[in-house]
Design a protein around this ligand. Structure first.
Ligand SMILES: [Zn+2]
Length: 83
């Protein structure tokens, strides 16, 4: 299974990987916990059914957010510098 999108939760700053499932749902998986939830994350992975809508629910803090809003993602900044 391939990670489709990498996002950062605007609430707790955890890094999230979003995977599509064959059933049309998606799995939100925490790849790195934010500082505020490091000790008390609710979960590290969450399944969202196909009818859950466009919002992503952060497994760690349980807040949902719209991934198309500007405070989006970590684009490609964390790739090592090629030189
Ligand atoms: Zn969060």
């Amino acid at each position: 299974m391939e990670s489709l999108v990498k996002l950062k939760c605007p609430t707790c700053s955890s890094r999230l990987d979003i995977f599509d499932t064959p059933s049309g749902g998606r799995i939100v998986s925490v790849s790195l916990l934010g500082d505020s939830v490091e000790q008390n994350a609710a979960a590290l992975e969450l399944f969202q059914p196909p009818d859950a809508g466009p919002k992503i629910t952060c497994p760690a803090c349980g807040r949902s957010f719209d991934p198309s809003e500007p405070h989006r993602s970590i684009p490609m900044f964390n790739r090592p510098r090629a030189s």
